[in-house]
Design a protein around this ligand. Structure first.
Ligand code: UD1
Length: 420
């Protein structure tokens, strides 16, 4: 077992580089299934979720080779098992991103249903309905989705009842090689969706409208191999900026892009942060502390649910009371009890957390419960005086590359301890 141990209470100051985005890299890797040639992926973050996806592709018969830590080449031409077994899918819901690509390429796919996860039930019913519109026959047997498209997938009109990020990506990938035109309405507008569309276009796909609520895909008979580039991780970027803000420090994140973070930066400014934005960097400082502001999470371009926990940590030490509403996931407040252990004053009222700022947080042993909740505990630990020990840090390793090293670049006293 591993713990992260932080000696907090020091303003964090300095500069760190953003990694490639986990949530962009996962669908990009799944897109390799569609390519009739080797695809080289650049700026892939070195993370547990990424290893799960590459293991899955290799298990299906793809040739996966790392050129260096962040660049790998995948050739799926020899792949012959259109399946994703439970052992691999259970650790990462995003494994279901292979369903659309496998089905359109092989005419059949068997993908284990992702289980519930800490932040809510998270079904994939909207992915399945969309594939049915495209002509798939879908059954669920022994916990596996069995999808068949004996005569191939056909384009169609799909309206997502709810905005779904991986749903949009899954169906966009299936539509690339489907017969005819597919229209995705109420599609997700996240930058990671645009990164996927850009990359598929670079390999020969015909896609328009990504970044808006309506995406149109004209099916083509094949797409080629080539080079694909992952965008900066906006969630990681904002987490380090929040580390500066919560400690009253001054942090710059480089190799990133402020246009992905409008909602977060607007809220940071509203709470009193100084924000400076350049072509490929963002700097945030809070020399006079933070004021309480309200947020509610929304699909992009709204405030991202993946930053709700980190922003709540900031609000724990802000002056005044903030209301934080979670509208995307039903159970994404697992960090609240842990923050309360560190002296935060938070009350839950349904989907809203009422956070009364306190002058100081105090260090405590806490437990990471999900990926972004863990990040909020690292931030709280950096702000709290004394030694905070965070257990179950495997959650953090799913989504933050070299987190201790990057936090140390900012002056944090943070270590990983291996305990038996
Ligand atoms: C993606 C992100 C995740 C982020 C989330 C919301 C990846 C790998 N993960 O997750 O980090 O927190 O977007 O921004 O990109 N829903 C259904 N049925 C479906 C699909 C979704 O009811 O078929 C619901 C979900 O339970 C949730 C909401 O729709 O309440 C949004 O989920 P969705 O956008 O699909 O999240 P993910 O794509 O899984």
């Amino acid at each position: 077992m591993e713990n992260i141990v932080i000696q907090g209470g020091v303003p964090l100051v300095g500069s760190v580089e953003s990694s490639g985005a986990k949530n962009a890299a996962l669908p990009l890797l799944a897109a390799a299934i569609l390519a009739d040639g080797a695809v080289t992926f650049h700026r892939i973050p070195h993370l547990n979720d990424i290893s799960t996806m590459t293991k899955l592709l290799a298990w299906q018969g793809a040739d996966v080779s790392y050129d260096d830590r962040n660049r790998l080449t995948i050739d799926t031409r020899a792949a012959n098992k259109p399946e994703a077994p439970y052992e691999l899918v259970k650790t990462m819901r995003a494994s279901s991103l292979v369903l659309g690509p496998l089905l359109v390429r092989f005419g059949e796919a068997r993908v284990s249903l992702p289980g519930g996860c800490a932040i809510g039930a998270r079904p994939i019913d909207l992915h399945l309905k969309a594939l049915e519109v495209m002509g798939a026959e879908i059954t669920v047997e022994h916990g596996d989705v069995i999808a068949k498209a004996t005569h191939g997938l056909k384009g169609g009109y799909i309206f997502f009842e709810q905005v779904t990020v991986t749903g949009t990506e899954n169906i966009m990938m299936a539509a690339v090689l489907a017969d005819g035109e597919t229209i995705l309405d109420n599609a997700a507008r996240e930058p990671e969706v645009v990164n996927l569309a850009d990359s598929l276009r670079a390999l020969g796909a015909k896609i328009e409208g990504d970044g808006t609520g309506t995406i149109t895909i004209q099916g083509v008979s094949s797409i080629s191999g080539g080079d694909i580039y992952t965008i900066a991780d906006r969630i990681e970027t904002a987490t380090y900026l929040a580390a500066g803000l919560i400690t009253g420090g001054d942090v710059t994140v480089t190799k990133t892009d402020a246009k992905y973070l409008d909602a977060f930066l607007a809220k940071a400014k509203e709470s009193g942060a100084e924000v400076e934005v350049g072509d490929d960097f963002i700097r945030c400082a809070a020399p006079h502390g933070l004021k309480a502001v309200n947020i509610h999470t929304m699909p992009h371009p709204g405030f991202p649910t993946d930053l709700q926990a980190q922003f709540m940590a900031m609000m724990c030490v802000a002056e005044g009371t903030s209301l934080i509403s979670e509208t995307i996931f039903e159970n994404r407040f697992m960090h609240v009890q842990e923050l309360i252990r560190m002296g935060a004053d938070i009350q839950l009222d349904g989907h809203t957390a009422v956070v009364k700022g306190v002058a100081k947080l105090s260090a405590a042993p806490v437990m990471a419960t999900d990926l972004r909740a863990s990040a909020s505990l690292v931030l709280a630990g950096a702000a709290a005086e004394g030694e905070t020990v965070i257990s179950r840090v495997y959650h953090i390793d799913r989504g933050y590359e070299r987190i201790e090293e990057k936090m140390r670049c900012l002056g944090a006293k943070i270590e990983r301890h291996y305990v038996s």
